[in-house]
Design a protein around this ligand. Structure first.
Ligand code: B1M
Length: 522
């Protein structure tokens, strides 16, 4: 069993770290937490030089930049040879806390430096790191406990980094046990099973993946990994890192240490969350990729601010366009309280809001999830105004309409509004829902002695199904009993007439009018 295993022996835990004002929770069912790695002078000459000069400007700007690019926690390492590391780490932490509000991962090989950093840290820090060496455990764990911090445990010991996953699990087990003995709960230990270069050992990736899985299954702890080591010495490193990330996440990685300013890596993290169902409505991915490409509009539209100048009715429309369901409902309630006409809200604000959404979609300024959120927002508002439109249940005697969206089409908002208007106008409506095949329209019309069949179609790919349904009705025993009316964004009068329909509805009100005409109802 090399890859994803369903066997779980330990209950997974959630770990939390915090700054003075913000808490970040790490866990397997949550989106990945990115620990930004850029504040580390190893291999960064400019940063090393500025730290030697005691200048923290670059540290500050790196902190701000990483947070802007999506880091949730920042690793802070100032280890330059010859430097007074405890003093520098303390100053760096103070400086970063002044410019960002994310939790910090205090990173040093020197217990004294860790202690100096922890003393000035506001919140619950992550300490980087302890390992399986006895003296390290003895020195670091009491420090972590004393400062109520969490700690990263590296799976190495006095013998170095074990090649085999099973041995790394043993060290992880030891670290967790020792931490618990020191009064540090399991959730405050984050294990790093260590990624080694596959250029030097072609089994290195596999052993790390196995170690992640073994540790997750047995200990249930969160795990981190400095991912980029895996590709050391090879071309196209970011592609290797991205694929490795996805494999590692499936096996237990929850908080990678990574450079969020590298788009390929950030994208891999976003895509991993997206594909594993941790990005509701794909919003994080969409907003980051739109920002990155510079195309389209920023997704989060500041509805509240933008709407301040407008009326509550205009605000409803804006909230629908930006998919803000709660706000849309709130403004709809307000408008109703102020005496707005429910039909006016639907016709002039909700429907026209969705039309704008359609235009934005066509111009690729927004994508399907945003269109979906807009539709849900509109539906919530319709649900709110619906009871106010009803004029009496018994006024259903004008005739029976069988209504549905044609085969292959899942759009139902227009059809539902038409149903609402028909019912409030006194018709009995048999709603067949969406994706309705021709035969089902026919059967329902026959069973219910329908006077009218109403087809809704929004996709041009639905045209053949519109034609087929009309043809089926007009060539059946119902031909002289049932009239067919069609509506929906995709349909034109010319097309539906050519298919043999009796009427085309521009909108729901037009549909009701034409149905009344066809049934000679005054
Ligand atoms: Co889609 N979608 N959508 N969509 N969507 C359109 C229709 C589109 C025009 C957007 C665009 O590109 N501008 C486009 C179709 C292009 C084309 O075919 N030429 C499109 C596309 C491409 C798609 C997908 C293929 C996208 C994708 O996955 N890549 C996909 C298809 C899924 C499928 O059906 N198999 C898709 C999915 C979706 C969502 C699920 C995200 C969502 C639907 C949610 C839902 O319905 N529950 C959605 C939405 C919201 C829209 C837009 C933005 C809005 C539709 C709407 O509800 N309008 C739409 C753009 C647009 O239409 N401007 C679009 C408001 C509604 C009140 O109007 O339905 O026209 P309408 O109904 C009116 C009248 O037409 C009339 O009365 C209503 C009230 O006045 N009426 C009738 C309608 N039926 C009637 C029946 C009657 C009488 C009157 O019988 C008596």
């Amino acid at each position: 069993r090399i890859f994803y295993s369903s066997r779980k022996t330990a209950t997974p835990v959630e770990s939390s770290v915090s700054s003075g004002t913000k808490t970040v929770v790490i866990g397997p069912s949550r989106p990945l937490v990115i620990i930004g790695e850029r504040i580390n002078p190893t291999g960064r000459k400019k940063l090393a030089a500025s730290l030697e000069e005691g200048n923290l400007d670059l540290v500050r700007s790196e902190a701000i930049r990483q947070v802007q690019e999506g880091a949730h926690i920042l690793d802070v390492n100032v280890g330059v040879s010859g430097i007074d590391e405890p003093r520098m780490l303390r100053e760096a932490i103070i400086a970063i806390q002044e410019v960002t509000d994310v939790p910090l991962c205090i990173d040093s090989a020197l217990p004294k430096a860790l202690e100096a950093g922890l003393r000035v840290y506001k919140g619950k820090a992550l300490v980087n790191s302890v390992n399986g060496e006895k003296h390290k455990l003895d020195q670091i764990l009491p420090l972590v406990k004393a400062h109520n911090a969490a700690v990263i445990g590296l799976t190495m010991d006095d013998n170095g980094i074990p090649k085999k996953a099973e041995k790394r699990l043993e060290i992880a087990r030891l670290i967790v046990d020792r931490a618990q003995q020191a009064g540090i709960p399991r959730e405050d230990v984050i294990i790093d099973p260590l990624a080694m270069a596959i250029s030097a050992d072609d089994q290195a990736g596999l052993e790390t993946i196995k170690a992640l899985r073994l540790i997750r299954d047995e200990l249930g702890v969160n795990q981190t990994l400095g991912l980029s080591n895996i590709s050391f010495g090879l071309p196209e490193r970011s592609s290797i890192n991205a694929v490795f990330l996805a494999m590692a996440v499936l096996n237990g990685l929850t908080c990678p240490i990574s450079d969020p300013t590298l788009w390929e890596m950030r994208r891999a993290i976003l895509l991993t969350d997206l594909l594993l169902g941790k990005d509701e409505f794909c919003m994080h991915y969409l907003s980051a990729s739109t920002k990155k490409s510079g195309k389209g509009k920023k997704i989060e539209m500041p509805v509240k601010e933008a709407a301040h100048g407008g009326t509550d009715l205009e605000r409803i429309k804006e909230a629908v366009i930006s998919g803000k369901r709660k706000l849309a409902v709130e403004y709809t309630k307000k408008a109703l309280d102020q005496g707005a006409d429910p039909q006016d809200i639907i016709n002039n604000y909700l429907i026209s809001g969705l039309n704008i959404v359609g235009e934005k979609f066509e111009k690729k300024k927004i994508f399907v999830p945003e269109m979906m959120m807009a539709a849900k927002s509109m539906q919530a508002c319709v649900d709110l105004v619906k009871p106010l439109l009803k004029k009496g249940e018994d006024a259903m005697g004008l005739g029976t309409v069988v209504l549905g969206t044609v085969f292959g089409d899942l759009h139902d908002i227009g059809k539902n509004l038409t149903k609402l208007l028909l019912e409030t106008s006194g018709f009995r409506v048999i709603d067949l829902g969406e994706n309705v095949p021709a035969e089902k329209f026919l059967e329902a019309a026959r069973e219910n002695n329908a006077h009218i069949v109403g087809l809704s179609s929004l996709l041009t790919t639905g045209d053949p199904h519109v034609a087929e349904t009309i043809h089926a009705i007009k060539n059946s025993d119902l031909a002289h009993k049932v009239k067919v009316i069609c509506g929906g964004a995709a349909l034109t009068l010319k097309f539906v007439e050519a298919c043999g329909a009796d009427a085309h509805a521009r909108d729901a009100a037009d549909g009701v009018r034409k149905i009344k005409n066809m049934l000679e109802i005054k």
